[in-house]
Design a protein around this ligand. Structure first.
Ligand code: GLN
Length: 494
């Protein structure tokens, strides 16, 4: 490569895929480059497992197909390295879900999302750190250490897909997978200045995604641009009727098909509730400026109301733990993962295994979940929460009568300092306020970087669309990225 060409790690997925197709660079060279970067930046804590042999073997296969020129247009990602959030199980890498419970665990199969990407010729670069069982907003709940934000290593990268966001922002990998139950793709994308999208619930198969809250969990891509997210998302999604009964019966789509559509006449709903007292002024200014940019691009801003925004916090923190307490009952020391060494009988083995294997936040949620589902409290908490969840979904449908997409902040503040919320889980929960409503409604949502706030920390803007409107969201984000260059900003030293 000459001096004028951008370094491999500065290329987008689309740019890198083109170079690979044109044989300007080989998949093996690319993989080696990124493996070296991942190693050199190990102190960020983003990667939990790397395996050169596996990665290079995949890269060699990609090179064979690239050299033969047999790549079909369906293999748009041939040779592009992607790393997976460690919540996806993988045959060739350790799969821990960020938990001591699964330390060293090897899955006998690949998650559907992982397999779908592999079929497109993606080269797996490794596994990425995350909050334990995806529970958290700061990546501080991982059993394997926290991840650092490349924009300021004293700050959180966000969570739970913190390793994915940090790795993409630091250019250790061109794109990564994440999962979003209550904001875990959007919020870390926002905190690390990248782009991420959570599709409509059911778009991507949950098979092989270690379950947290099954009615909310959804996979999605994290990359630097909306165009890259469209490429990845198109490869990840599709029905999986035999393995995930909640996967939608809608065919895989090319989500990038309308990236360049004009925004003339687009109605952007701006929910008053997202711009109240709790919103930090630096975040507000960046989001306001982005909304102005959209007006320049031809969109009109429409004030809307999502009246139950605040209620989404208690509703989510009842429903998600309820489902988690049920899902995590499978970790009993018998089927997989950790088992206590010393115990007197079966019950004692269960107890010690779970006491040793789970971290504090996971235990807290199992207890809350078991409580809200228990006889006598079920009606008061769980049932009420389900009713309000339905109302929140209805509120969005009212709003979508007035607008095509909804825009607002992703989080009330920029990334906070590691340890900044101390031992106060509520402080983390409250910071989820803007991502939870869309999650509870099962709507697609994304985050794109729209500027910087205090201490030059990135600010993300959230776009929420109606069901199956991912292509529209990506179009709206792409046009903004064509007109501005926030997405190209790079943390110093990377
Ligand atoms: N921060 C939220 C939680 O702790 C969301 C996590 C997620 O989306 N996985 O549950």
């Amino acid at each position: 490569m000459t001096h004028d060409t951008p370094a491999l790690h500065d290329l987008t997925v689309a740019g890198l895929a083109a170079q690979l197709r044109d044989r300007k660079v080989s998949a093996v060279e690319t993989a080696q480059h990124f493996l070296a970067r991942a190693r050199a930046n190990a102190s960020l804590g983003a990667f939990l497992d790397i395996n050169d042999e596996v990665t290079l073997a995949q890269a060699r296969l990609a090179d064979v197909a690239l050299a033969a020129g047999t790549a079909s247009p369906l293999q748009a990602l041939l040779g592009v390295p992607v790393a997976h959030k460690d919540i996806f199980v993988t045959r060739d890498f350790v799969s821990t879900a960020g938990s001591k419970m699964l330390a060293g665990y090897r899955s006998p199969f690949d998650a559907t999302v992982v397999a779908n990407l592999a079929r497109q010729g993606v080269v797996t670069l490794g596994k990425l750190n995350c909050d334990e069982f995806a529970m958290g907003s700061a990546n501080e709940n991982s059993a394997f250490g926290n991840v650092k934000n490349p924009w300021d290593i004293t700050r959180t990268p966000g969570g739970s897909s913190g390793g994915s966001a940090a790795a993409v922002a630091a250019r250790l990998v061109p794109a990564a997978t994440g999962t979003d139950t209550g904001g875990s793709i959007r919020q870390p994308a926002s905190f690390c200045g990248i782009t991420g999208i959570k599709p409509t619930y059911g778009r991507a198969s949950r098979y092989g995604m270690v379950a947290f809250a099954s009615s909310l969990d959804q996979a999605g891509p994290m990359a630097r641009t909306a165009e890259d997210c469209a490429l990845l998302l198109s490869a990840m999604c599709g029905p999986d009727p035999d393995r995930d009964s909640t996967s939608l019966d809608v065919p895989a789509e090319n989500f990038g098909r309308s990236l360049n559509d004009s925004l003339e006449g687009l109605r952007i709903g701006v929910p008053g509730e997202f711009f109240g007292e709790g919103l930090a002024s630096d975040v507000r200014s960046a989001v306001d400026a982005a909304l102005k940019e959209y007006e320049k691009l031809g969109a009109t801003l429409v004030p809307i109301s999502l009246p139950r925004t605040e209620l989404s916090i208690p509703v989510y923190y009842i429903i998600a733990p309820a489902e988690a307490s049920s899902n995590l009952s499978r970790f009993d020391g018998v089927k997989f993962g950790h088992r206590a060494e010393k115990y007197v009988d079966l019950i004692d083995m269960y107890k010690k295994t779970r006491a040793e294997g789970f971290g504090d936040e996971v235990k807290r949620r199992i207890m809350i979940g078991a409580y809200v589902l228990s006889h006598g409290y079920y009606d008061a908490y769980y049932l009420q929460a389900q009713k309000i969840r339905r109302m929140i979904a209805d509120d969005f449908q009212q709003a979508f009568k007035l607008c095509d997409v909804i825009a607002g902040p992703v989080a009330p503040t920029v990334a906070w300092k590691l340890g900044g919320h101390g031992n106060d889980p509520l402080a983390d929960y409250l910071a989820d306020i803007f991502t939870l409503p869309g999650s509870l409604a099962g709507l697609p949502g994304m985050s794109l970087s729209v500027g910087f706030g205090a201490d030059r920390m990135p600010v993300g803007m959230q776009l929420i669309g109606n069901y199956l409107q991912e292509a529209k969201l990506l179009n709206v984000a792409h046009r903004f990225q064509q007109a501005t260059d926030w997405h190209a900003a790079k943390p110093e030293g990377f």
